[in-house]
Ligand binder design. Structure first.
Ligand code: ADP
Length: 498
């Protein structure tokens, strides 16, 4: 059951931030939308309005792209040395740390997630990402290349140059972290950016914009336009003066981005949906595998692209695992994330609640059995019970489609040699996990699973240094780690006859 909101004293700076009319960041200035329109952002725990932000549209995207283009071409940004870019990113990381509590509370109010997680995960991971790529700024190198063309001698080398003006569109499930995954590598290599946060969660990106200016990034290097996907997002993806678009969100919108980007053939990277298999072998250490598998699906209310939403369990331990995961859900205190006593928050919106409840209905109609959960909670805020389904078939919607909520379908298996094929029977390929004590099983499975990340005896372990991205319809390209530098650079071959 949802708890009631205990009296919570918000950080003074959060109250101040919410009490002022928010503006968006274009060319170093805080501005309103050209149309003067605004839209509200809501607290998903209560459905109440937190504040309003500018409703940016095509004209604002155009202004922001012009500012980013000017900053990229005229300066001072092109003259800022790699070492200085690195220092700016390190300063930004320090400012994120310094404003830790304010950012954590703001993230929780806007997104709904438990403040415990905003404090220990979202804000520190954001600072870490800026720090990690701050280190890379001075290490983006080309190569020298032997040229064998007869008749003369040549000196040839490559330069790795910033790709230019980058449009970045991010989702609402990890608003600050997603902003840092996008901004940090782009800024490290010297790009300029127009960032469009999700309409559901614009607040921490705007606060981050203030910190970016405070850190000393020149005007126009980072522009932040708040607005809706179909208008501002679509205008950014289609803009002919944007050199690259980086997108995280649904596979459906990812395909729209690819089409929109085709006008000027801008480069595209995509981090999309998933229906990740989480596989428990009969020799697994169930003390870890059971809570690990429950958290694999229920963390962030299941609103993770990596959510372990298909739980494959060997038939010999199926009942024990099902009982264990069902019992684990009793540990959740569900309620407003801003109350530190709660460890499971609301879904992001009414729309998302309707979508998840639609899947619960469809599972029931198609014959799935609900072991635990299965209903929305209360009528204030967007809460839903963590749900475990069994008796599912591969053709059911709850097994095939990404739900993006706390709903897991458990499937028994008997032949360990066939499990990789079942796990791979999806259009997605973002993440997967195996739980086993057998090293050979673990690494054979890691090789067989068609997914960008495979966790062994753990789940949802991320690091700024670990590349992340999808096979198949889960995306194009890898974020984080040094692979991310490739998303934001062009390679130039220079060849001189000597
Ligand atoms: P979700 O289904 O998780 O809300 P979306 O893929 O709809 O994810 O949204 C992720 C981001 O994509 C958000 O910033 C949203 O505004 C943006 N977006 C949605 N539709 C479009 C579109 N047609 N073009 C560009 N961006 C879009």
């Amino acid at each position: 059951m949802a708890t009631t909101l205990a009296p919570v004293h918000l950080n003074r700076k959060v109250e101040e931030f919410l009490s002022q009319k928010r503006k968006m960041l274009i060319g170093g200035q805080w501005v309103e939308a050209a149309s003067g329109k605004t839209f509200d952002t809501f607290n998903p725990a209560t459905g109440e309005v937190l504040t309003c932000v500018p409703e940016g549209d095509r004209e604002d995207i155009d202004r922001a792209v012009k500012a980013a283009r000017k900053a990229f071409e005229e300066g001072p940004w092109p003259e800022v040395s790699p070492a200085q870019r690195g220092r700016l990113l390190l300063k930004l990381a320090d400012l994120v740390d310094k404003n830790h509590e304010e950012l954590a509370e703001l993230e929780t109010l806007d997104n709904g997630k438990p403040v415990f997680f905003s404090r220990i995960a979202d804000v520190p991971a954001t600072a870490d990402m800026f720090r990690y790529f701050g280190g890379w700024a001075t290490k983006v190198e080309g190569t020298t290349v032997p040229v064998s063309m007869p008749g003369a001698k040549y000196l040839a080398y490559t330069l790795r140059e910033p790709i230019g003006v980058v449009g970045q569109i991010i989702p609402w499930n990890f608003p600050l972290i997603m902003a840092s995954w996008k901004l940090a590598p782009a800024l490290a290599v010297g790009c300029t950016v127009v960032l469009k946060p999700a309409e559901q969660t614009p607040l921490t990106a705007l606060r981050l914009g203030e910190l970016i200016l405070e850190a000393g990034f020149p005007e126009g290097v980072v522009n932040i336009v708040t607005g809706f996907g179909e208008t501002a997002g679509a205008a950014l993806a289609a803009h002919s003066h944007v050199d690259k678009i980086a997108f995280t969100g649904s596979t459906e919108v990812g395909k729209l981005i690819v089409n929109a980007a085709s006008g000027n053939l801008k480069k595209v990277s995509l981090e999309l949906g998933g229906k990740s298999p989480n596989i428990i072998f009969p020799d697994a250490d169930l003390k870890n595998a059971i809570p690990g598998s429950a958290n694999a699906i229920f963390f962030n209310q299941g609103q993770c692209c990596t959510a372990g939403s298909r739980l494959f369990v060997h038939k010999n331990i199926f009942d024990e695992v099902i009982d264990g995961v069902a019992a684990f859900t009793k540990n959740f205190r569900i309620g407003p994330g801003i109350d530190p006593a709660n460890n499971l928050g609301p879904l992001i919106s009414q729309e998302q609640l309707d979508r998840v409840c639609g899947y619960l209905d469809s599972g029931a109609k198609e014959g799935a059995k609900t072991v635990v959960g299965g209903h929305k909670i209360g009528d204030k805020g967007y809460f839903v019970e963590p749900t475990l389904l069994v008796d599912v078939r591969p053709d059911m919607k709850v097994v095939r489609e990404e739900i993006f909520g706390p709903v897991v379908a458990a499937i028994p298996f008997s032949d360990p040699n066939e499990i990789a094929a079942s796990a791979n029977a999806t259009t997605y390929g973002l993440a997967a996990a195996v739980w086993t004590r057998d090293l050979s099983t673990a690494h054979r499975m890691a090789a067989k699973l068609r997914a960008g990340t495979v966790w062994i005896n753990c789940y949802n372990v991320f690091d700024s240094a670990l590349p992340f991205g999808g096979y198949k319809q889960s995306g194009w390209g890898r974020e984080m780690g040094h692979d991310a530098l490739e998303l934001y650079t062009e390679v130039k071959a220079v060849c001189a006859q000597i």
